[in-house]
Design a protein around this ligand. Sequence first.
Ligand code: G3P
Length: 226
Amino acid sequence: MKLMLDTANLEAIRLYQDFLPLSGVTTNPSIIKKEGRIDFFAHLRQIRQIIGRDQSLHVQVIALTAQEMLAEADAVLDKVDRDVYIKVPVTAEGLKVIKLLRKSGVHTTATAVYSKMQAHLAIAAGADYVAPYYNRMENLNSDAAATIAAIADEIKRTASSAQILGASYKNIEQINRTLEAGGQAVTVAPELLEQALALPSVDQAVQAFRNDWFAVFGEEKTIADL
Ligand code: G3P
């Protein structure tokens, strides 16, 4: 799987960058809001500096019309860099933007996807990533895993190069189901990743192994000390 961080928090990005095989960082206006009144473009450039050019940086537009979304995309591409994936909500205007950006060679991530048809249209428009909102779909009593499986089928059927980037997760099982349904990538908030790694039974097992080792070789003597 490709794992991305759904955050704009520089400290969290630095931290997870150190020990996880990250593929990128995704942001949206609500995520940016959590960082307070930042210097938007400078902050995004800092994220790029941390993750480098090999990872993808996804930045969302906020305008409602295609023309204004394109102006925002231009500003991001000019003031951050040309490799940024422009996140575009899949509305009628958004689909226009995805098509036009595709034509000009700009990467896009189709976002705010709640339905199969939205995803299918985004794939047809040429989006690089399609981001179905797992938890939000479940909140609407919609079968998120089935939706993702149908999107994966559509990608195969049309031999599209688009990839599913699952988003909006509130628990680890939702991530597992995304991958089992055929999702290639997920974007996860740092708080949830922390939970994924904080398993008391794993800590207990590690401690029990250490105790057995120390019982034979002496307290605090590690393999390197032998
Ligand atoms: O990347 C989109 C995602 O951040 C939406 O998540 O938690 O607002 O449903 P959430």
